[in-house]
Design a binder for this molecule. Structure first.
Ligand code: ADP
Ligand code: MG
Length: 614
């Protein structure tokens, strides 16, 4: 006799519940999405014990008709699609018809609902998938679900529930996400009788962000507004100052559906690349409107993952949407002297070994300390307090200083759309510690880190030339000979054209050596050696299949080395050159590693410091 049986409906619903309903927050996600699909303008969610013992979701949506209240709990029962063709053009959040069946299989569910054209509503109670009671009842138009004792009959699932507070945290998170995707709906979360979330529902995303994250975040975001033929992208992108060490503050939506997408996340990262330090992630809320035909939402039971028909295009559009938002609005960072907290976590990239970065950070820290002796809070990566350092701590020998490259006027020739002379019109106050350029406008003192600024200038100049196929090479007066390993020789032979384009021109010099004749910047031979070997090390250890993809990283490296160092005295002309070059940049506010190039201290801040005002 055969051993195979068809499972009864109750058992198969319990199995299906395992996929969709993992924790109280998943119940809430499903119920709230149903309320949204029902056109609700306000949705209220009440929970007790992190939703484990009690969940109540009330909406003022269309309600469920008398004839539908029982069938709504059947598996594959939905009012949202009629057949598989409709899967191509889904515009509702739900469509699989399994949420209510799954929830009812693993809890006690009470539903009260009324539609507009009836003067009475319906009440139904279901426990563990079995209908216990159905009757007419008086109630307002809309729907209320009460879910009690989740997972009472699935002990394995119950065991995996976390502490009440943790489950409540997941719920609050999912409601925030759904609320950010639906600013036209007012959401209220009441946890153990206290209001935890209340969004205005006035169709203004910024006020929704304000109600969920507070003033600090809401006043530090740039609007994203983008529209090409296929995608309309909107939302808010956080300033670098409010970035965090994880991605929790990133909420992505496609047609209002909250989703996770590596593709979109990496496009955002790319757009922020030179605005942020490594391991920092921006605050972002962004919705992409796209023809439903071009996305597949039926990839996973929780519908959190989706597939796009053209990933390249999605990447490009998101990148431009976010990048444009950043470029159009980025501004000089305001520093509050007694609050400046910077966690300069150096990343493990090739740049870490460049002492220019390290040295710069020590410089900056000591500078902050000097400005605010009593209130110094700047953290070094190792969190030990910095010793007090006097004004000029590093003395570079005279001959080293004269070796530094000259500031060239190259970018001055570059055409620029920015008509305003943001920096060069300001009054030059002077240079401090041979490292910082002080400027002044009517209300602020601006402080430019000369190395970071010149690094940005150099990087953008090199990058522009590279992308325009212009020659980067600057011939060395005395070419440099390098001994190479076999692997390195192979790589250099095989990528000659690429290096040529980057300005590194070399040829074989016999006996496993090469002779380097040109580099993309002017520098002394020891810098040339260091940069070239770094670049070779970098490309040999690289995982990218196509080394030409690494041009940007190589240009960062070169820019860092070729830029004016800290502790170099600059003449008036040199300072003016830097300022007018900064005026021409797309993003003059951060160095290519994401550190700020310029900060400002307001007059008000100074007045507070000297207790002229309180
Ligand atoms: P789906 O959302 O995938 O259609 P569900 O199991 O979540 O499946 O819900 C089944 C049906 O119950 C829905 O298609 C809808 O018609 C009805 N429904 C559920 N919740 C609500 C609600 N809050 N307001 C109106 N109708 C609802
Ligand atoms: Mg649903």
């Amino acid at each position: 006799m055969g051993k195979i049986i068809i499972l009864d409906e109750n058992t198969s619903n319990k199995i299906a519940a395992g996929e969709v309903i993992e924790k109280p927050a998943s119940v809430i996600k499903e119920l709230v999405e149903n309320s949204i699909d029902a056109g609700a303008g306000s949705i209220s969610i009440e929970i007790k014990n992190g939703g484990i013992s009690f969940i109540k979701v009330t909406d003022n949506g269309s309600g469920i008709d008398e004839d539908d209240v029982e069938i709504a709990f059947e598996r594959h029962a939905t009012s949202k699609i009629r057949n598989s063709n409709d899967l191509e053009t889904i515009s509702t959040l739900g469509f699989r018809g399994e949420a209510l069946a799954s929830i009812a299989a693993v809890a006690t569910v009470e539903l009260t609902s009324r539609v507009q054209n009836k003067n009475y509503g319906m009440y139904i109670k279901i426990q563990g998938g079995i209908v216990k009671e159905v009757r007419q009842t008086g109630c307002p138009v809309g729907t209320t679900f009460i879910i009690r004792d989740l997972f009472y009959n699935t002990p394995a699932r119950f065991k995996f529930l976390k502490k009440d507070a943790t489950e409540a945290g997941y719920i609050s998170d999912i409601i925030s996400r759904v609320a950010l995707g639906n600013p036209q709906i007012s959401f209220r979360l009441i946890s153990n009788n206290a209001t935890a979330i209340h969004t205005p529902g006035n169709n203004d995303l910024l006020s929704t962000i304000f109600s969920l994250y507070g003033k600090e975040i809401a006043s530090n975001v740039y609007e994203i507004k983008y529209n090409d033929n296929k995608f309309k992208i909107s939302g808010y992108a956080g300033k670098p100052e409010i970035s965090r060490a994880n991605r929790n503050h990133q909420s992505l939506y496609v047609n209002g559906r909250y989703i996770r997408s590596k593709l979109i996340t990496s496009a955002i990262d790319e757009a922020y690349k030179t605005f942020l330090l490594k391991n920092k992630y921006p605050f972002i809320v962004t919705n992409m409107e796209v023809n439903p035909m071009l996305v597949d939402v039926n990839v996973h039971p929780t519908k959190m993952e989706i597939r796009f028909s053209d990933e390249q295009e999605v990447f490009r559009s998101v990148y431009h949407a976010v990048h444009n938002a950043l470029l159009s609005k980025t501004d000089v960072r305001n520093v509050t002297l007694n609050q400046e907290k910077q966690d300069f976590k150096l990343h493990e990239s090739m740049y870490q070994k460049h002492n220019c970065v390290q040295q710069d950070i020590v410089q900056r820290n000591s500078y902050v300390q000097d400005m605010t002796p009593e209130t110094y809070t700047c953290k070094k990566p190792n969190t030990e307090p910095l010793p007090k350092i006097s004004a000029v701590q590093v003395n570079i020998p005279e001959d080293k200083i004269s070796d530094q490259p000259e500031v060239s006027g190259v970018i001055q020739e570059a055409e620029t759309e920015k008509a305003e002379k943001q920096f060069s019109n300001l009054k030059i106050v002077g240079q401090a510690f041979s490292t910082y350029i002080f400027l002044q406008d009517s209300d602020n003192v601006l402080i430019i880190d000369q190395h970071a600024a010149h690094e940005r200038i150099t990087y953008e100049t090199l990058r522009k030339k590279y992308l325009n196929n212009e020659a980067l090479s600057q011939y060395l007066l005395s070419p440099v000979v390098f001994d190479m390993t076999n692997q390195e020789l192979n790589l250099l032979e095989g990528s000659k054209d690429f290096f040529d384009k980057l300005g590194f021109i070399y040829e074989s010099f016999g006996n496993n050596s090469i002779i380097l004749r040109s580099v993309p910047f002017s520098a002394d031979n020891s810098t040339v050696k260091e940069v070239f070997l770094d670049v070779v090390d970098y490309v040999t250890s690289m995982e990218k299949a196509d080394i030409t993809e690494s041009y940007d990283d190589i240009l960062y490296n070169v820019a860092c080395k070729a830029a004016i160092k800290a502790n170099k005295w600059l003449g008036d002309m040199e300072i003016r050159n830097i300022l007018s070059e900064l005026d021409c940049l797309e993003n003059p506010y951060t160095c290519p590693h994401g550190r700020p190039t310029v900060v400002k201290v307001t007059r008000l801040e100074l007045e507070k410091m000297f207790k002229r005002i309180l």
